[in-house]
Design a protein around this ligand. Sequence first.
Ligand code: THG
Length: 265
Amino acid sequence: MLVVGELINSSRKSIKAAIDAEDAGAIKKIAKDQTENGADYIDVNAGTYVGKEDRYMKWLISTVQEAVDTPCCIDSPDPKVVEAALNLHKGTPMINSISLEKERWDALLPVVAGSDFKVIALCMSDSGMPETKDDRLAIAGDLVNSLVKNNVAVENIYVDPLVQPISTNDSYGMEFMNAVEAIMAEFPGVHTICGLSNISYGLPERELLNQTFMVMAICKGLDSAIINPLDKRMMANVYAAETLAGRDEYCGNYLAAFREEKLAL
Ligand code: THG
C-alpha cells in the first residue's frame, strides 16, 4: 500500500491555526510524525484559503521539505496552484489531481504529459460527481486512455474513484468498492487511490468506519490511500488485509511489521 499522509490540510483546525500563526515548527512536526509512521507522500492542501491558496501552499511545501525527504502530494483543484507548487518542490512529487473537468484537464495535461510525476486521476467531469460504479468506470476509462496517449506511464496513474460520505447516501460505499474492482480489472498496471476518510464525514467513531472501509477496499484491490498514518489500528489493518488478500509473498511484510512492533496496538 502506498500511503499518503492526509494531516496537512487547512480544513483541519490545528493546521489552520498553525498556518495563521506561521508556526513552521508545528507543520514540521506533523510532517515528521507522518513520515515516521509510514507515509510515502505527505499530502499538502491549503484549499480553504480562497484567493491565498497559492501563497500558503508554497509556504507549506517549503516548510515540509525543510523537515523531511518524503515527497509531497500537491493537493489542489487549481492548476495554477499546482504549477506554482511544482516549481518549488525538490524531488518528484505526486500531483493531486487531474480530472476530466475541462479547465483542469487542459491546464494540467501539458504539465503531466511525458513527465515522471505520479498523477492522481480523479473521477470527476463537468457533469459533476459520479454516483454509481458505472459512472466512475466511464470517467476512469477516459482519463486512463487519454493520459496514456499523452505519454503518462500507466504505472504512474493513480485513479481515484471518489469516496463520498456514507452518511449522505447508503449506496456510496459499495459503488466505490465495485468501481475499484472494475478499474483494477479493466486497466492492468494502473493504481487506485482515494481520500478514504471522506467516507465517515458526519458520523461518530470515524476511525472505526475508516479502518473497516480500508479492509473492504483492499479486498477489492485498492493499493494506495490518503489516510492518517498516525492511526495505529489503520496501519495494522493495512498489513493484515494485504497479507490476507494474497498481496504479501510468504507473509514477508506482515512478519517484518511484527518485528518492527507495528502490529500490536
Ligand atoms: N481525493 C483526493 N484528494 C483528497 C480527497 C479525495 N484530498 C483531500 C481529502 N479528500 C482527503 N484528505 C482528508 C483530510 C482530512 C479529513 C478527510 C480527508 C478529515 N478531517 C477531519 C475533519 O475535517 O472533520 C479532521 C478534523 C480535525 O482534525 O480538525 O476528515 O477524496 N485525490
